[in-house]
Design a protein around this ligand. Structure first.
Ligand code: SF4
Length: 345
């Protein structure tokens, strides 16, 4: 009954014109699922279309340099997703002759793909019967069955997987899974569930008990630690800024960013070592919040008065022309700081 209600609702209200629903190959669905993991549909669509026109198949994604992939991911955040996508594409090219696998265990073993994403790819693209449990589906099931407890807790998660498996029909799995994701995104919304329009309203325990807004239970609160860094916005006489590539692992791995220092003294030392004169203009702190800490960035602008000939060519970094941006992956706060800098020029 549950799945029949869902499928009937989908026929009338489900989303059927999303770009990845057209010619839904495993590759196209895979890229969309990865982009949608932490980002909303309307934000993802233009990124997806640009990504697909540059990397139309897994072979072209595998053959592309990582920098190019990160560049097309710039602004979506959570860059580990792009690095894993690239790594997995290379594995598909080298292990499966460039053909995306269609066995669940092989798909689930690829970097960045968990149980739910593997299920989504194989059900939406190949019609295989697999349950999914992304954030939207967790919310619908936790409310419908009044499951209490944070969904990141392993016991709660196990219970939700059992409920997801039991609810998944034998037929029409692609439509059912898409419908569950749509229902969570558009009706059983996080803050304001629209129970009046919901096909599950008569059987929903949370609604009956009036606790829809309390479920799923929030993550137990913890105070995020704060890390402080100084970033050097070094600008040459042509208004280009100096960027360095970050190490492959860690935050913003492989992206390009301003030189970063623990404090003002270290920043000054770096300038002195390279005989770079210039007044340091310290700007207001910019906060960027990651899932596990806040990063407080103190931007320090230094405008060089003379052309720079000898410093820092080659491997240390690049002079980045903000008027003719190159194909570099930039973290969101770096993009914001560059925009501010351009506005003040
Ligand atoms: S009735 Fe309300 S709370 Fe229950 S599943 Fe539907 S929208 Fe969510």
């Amino acid at each position: 009954m549950f799945s029949e209600n869902i499928l009937a609702w989908f026929a009338d209200h489900g989303r059927k014109d999303l770009p990845w629903q057209q010619q839904p190959t495993p590759y196209r669905v895979w890229v969309s699922e990865i982009m949608l993991q932490q980002t909303q549909v309307k934000t993802v669509i233009p990124f997806y279309q640009r990504f697909m026109s540059r990397f139309p198949d897994v072979q072209q994604l595998a053959d592309a340099p990582l920098d190019d992939v990160l560049h097309h991911w710039s602004g979506l955040g959570y860059y580990a997703r792009a690095r894993n996508l690239h790594k997995a594409a290379r594995l598909v090219r080298d292990t499966y002759k460039g053909i995306f696998p269609e066995q669940f265990e092989q798909v689930e073993a690829l970097p960045g793909i968990g149980r739910s994403t593997a299920g989504a790819i194989l059900s939406l693209a190949c019609g295989q019967r697999h349950a999914i449990l992304d954030g939207n589906v967790k919310r619908v099931l936790a409310r419908y069955h009044a499951v209490h407890g944070w969904t990141g807790n392993s016991t709660v998660l196990r219970e939700l997987w059992l409920l997801a498996e039991a609810a998944t029909p034998q037929q029409n799995v692609a439509a059912y899974n898409q419908a569950m994701m749509d229902l969570g995104a558009t009706v059983c919304r996080r803050g304001t569930p629209d129970c009046e329009s919901c096909p599950l309203t008569s059987g929903c325990l949370a609604r009956r008990q009036g606790i829809q807004r309390d479920l799923p239970s929030p993550r137990p609160r913890k105070v995020l630690p704060v890390r402080e860094v100084h970033m050097l916005l070094l600008q040459d006489t042509q208004q280009a800024v100096w960027l360095q590539q970050r190490p492959a692992s860690g935050i913003w791995g492989g992206l390009w960013s301003f030189p970063e220092f623990a404090g003002a003294a270290e920043l000054q030392g770096w300038l002195d070592e390279r005989s770079l004169p210039g007044e340091i203009q310290q700007h207001d702190v910019v906060r960027h919040t990651f899932s596990h800490f806040h990063l407080d960035i103190t931007p320090c602008l230094v405008r060089l008065q003379n052309p720079v000939f000898s410093v820092m060519d080659g491997h240390e970094g690049v002079w980045y022309n903000t008027r003719q941006p190159g194909a570099l992956g930039l973290p969101a706060p770096v993009q914001r700081l560059l925009q501010r800098l351009q506005a003040s020029d």
